[in-house]
Design a protein around this ligand. Structure first.
Ligand code: AKB
Length: 315
C-alpha cells in the first residue's frame, strides 16, 4: 500500500485529492500538509501536519516520520498572485519544489508536481499547442513552471527519481475556491450565476483558455501516478485538457439552466495580458497515448453538475 504525503492539501486541488486518495489507499496512508490549519474534512479525516514547504528540514522530517513513498507537491502561488509578488513566487514555487524533490531523493519516493498552461508564452503555437514546443513564458508563474518541468526531468535523469506531472488547464470546482489565478473567472461565474444570476468577467469576451472539471483532474493525477513507467516517454508536464472555452461559452451553457443569466465585462488588464500570453487550446495526445488520459466532462456536463452542486451548497 502506498504512503502518500500531500502538500498544499487545503488548496483547490488538495481539498478533493486528499479525500479521494484516502478512499483508495486508506485514511492513515495519506498525510495531508498545509501552511495553515482549518477545521475541514481533510483535517478531520486522517493525519495532518503543518508544513511551510520552503522549510527544507521540516519537509524531510515529516516525510520521514510517516515513511512516505509518494509525494504529491501541490503548494504554490498561482499566476496572478505570482505576478503581483514575483520574488515571493520564486521563493515558494521553486524553493518548495526543490525541497520536495530533495525529500523524494532522500526517501526514494515517487513525486507528482503540477505544471500549467502557464508554462507557455506568446511565441508558443496558440492552437493545438504541441506537447513539445517553444516555451518562453512572460510571467513569473510561467518561468517557475518551465523551471519546475526541467528540474523534475533533471531529478529523473540524474538521480533516477520517479518524477511525474501534468500541465493543468484552469480547474473548475464547487468544493474549494482557487486563489489568485487567471482562470478563476471560470469558477466565479458559476457561484455568481447561482447567487445573483449575473457575473462581471475580468477576462475579455473571445479569450479562449483550456479548462477542466476537478473530478477529471483528480482522476488524471491518480492515473498518471499508477501508470506503467515503461510506457512513459515524457514523464513530466503532460499537456491535458477537457475543453477550450471563452466567457461567452460559459454564459451560453449557464443560460440553458438559468435563462435570465447576464454576463458583463470589466477587464482586468493584468490578468487579461496573462491570458493572452497563454494558448487557446492545447493538444493532449501524448497523455492519451502514454497513459490513457481521458476527460469525462465537457462544458455542458460540467455546467450541469456545477450548478446542481452549487445550488445545494449555497442555499
Ligand atoms: C492560474 O490561472 O494561474 C491557474 C493555472 C492555469 O495554472 N489556474
Amino acid at each position: 500500500m502506498k504512503k502518500i504525503l500531500v502538500t498544499g492539501a487545503l488548496g483547490q486541488i488538495g481539498s478533493e485529492l486528499v479525500l479521494r486518495l484516502r478512499e483508495i489507499y486508506g485514511a492513515n496512508n495519506v498525510v495531508a500538509t498545509d501552511i495553515r490549519k482549518v477545521d475541514c474534512a481533510v483535517v478531520q479525516s486522517g493525519p495532518f501536519e503543518l508544513l511551510d514547504v520552503t522549510e527544507a528540514s521540516t519537509f524531510t522530517t515529516i516525510a520521514r516520520k510517516y515513511n512516505v513513498d509518494t509525494i504529491m507537491h501541490l503548494a504554490s502561488l498561482l499566476s496572478a498572485n505570482a505576478e503581483n509578488n514575483p520574488l515571493l513566487a520564486w521563493n515558494i514555487n521553486m524553493g518548495g519544489l526543490v525541497n520536495a524533490l530533495e525529500t523524494s531523493r532522500e526517501l526514494n519516493a515517487q513525486i507528482f508536481t503540477p505544471s500549467s498552461i502557464g508554462a507557455f508564452g506568446p511565441t508558443t503555437p496558440k492552437d493545438i499547442t504541441p506537447q513539445d514546443t517553444l516555451q518562453r513564458p512572460t510571467t513569473m508563474y510561467g518561468v517557475n513552471k518551465v523551471s519546475g518541468e526541467l528540474l523534475c526531468d533533471y531529478y529523473y535523469h540524474k538521480f533516477g527519481i520517479d518524477t511525474r506531472g501534468v500541465r493543468f488547464p484552469g480547474l473548475i470546482s464547487y468544493v474549494a475556491p482557487p486563489g489568485g489565478g487567471t482562470t478563476d473567472y471560470a469558477v466565479e461565474i458559476y457561484y455568481e450565476a447561482i447567487k445573483n444570476q449575473s457575473y462581471t468577467s475580468y477576462i475579455e469576451k473571445g479569450t479562449f483558455m483550456d479548462m477542466m472539471y476537478m473530478p477529471d483532474a483528480i482522476d488524471a493525477i491518480i492515473q498518471l501516478m499508477e501508470a506503467d513507467a515503461s510506457n512513459l516517454i515524457h514523464r513530466n508536464a503532460f499537456n491535458i485538457t477537457a475543453m477550450s472555452a471563452e466567457p461567452e461559452d460559459f454564459a451560453k451553457e449557464i443560460r440553458k439552466h438559468i435563462p435570465s443569466f447576464k454576463l458583463n465585462y470589466d477587464i482586468d488588464p493584468g490578468r487579461q495580458a496573462i491570458a493572452e500570453s497563454w494558448p487557446n487550446a492545447i493538444d493532449a495526445s501524448a497523455a492519451k497515448k502514454e497513459w490513457g488520459f481521458k476527460a469525462k466532462y465537457d462544458l455542458s456536463t460540467m455546467t450541469e453538475d456545477m450548478l446542481k452542486k452549487l445550488e445545494k451548497k449555497l442555499v
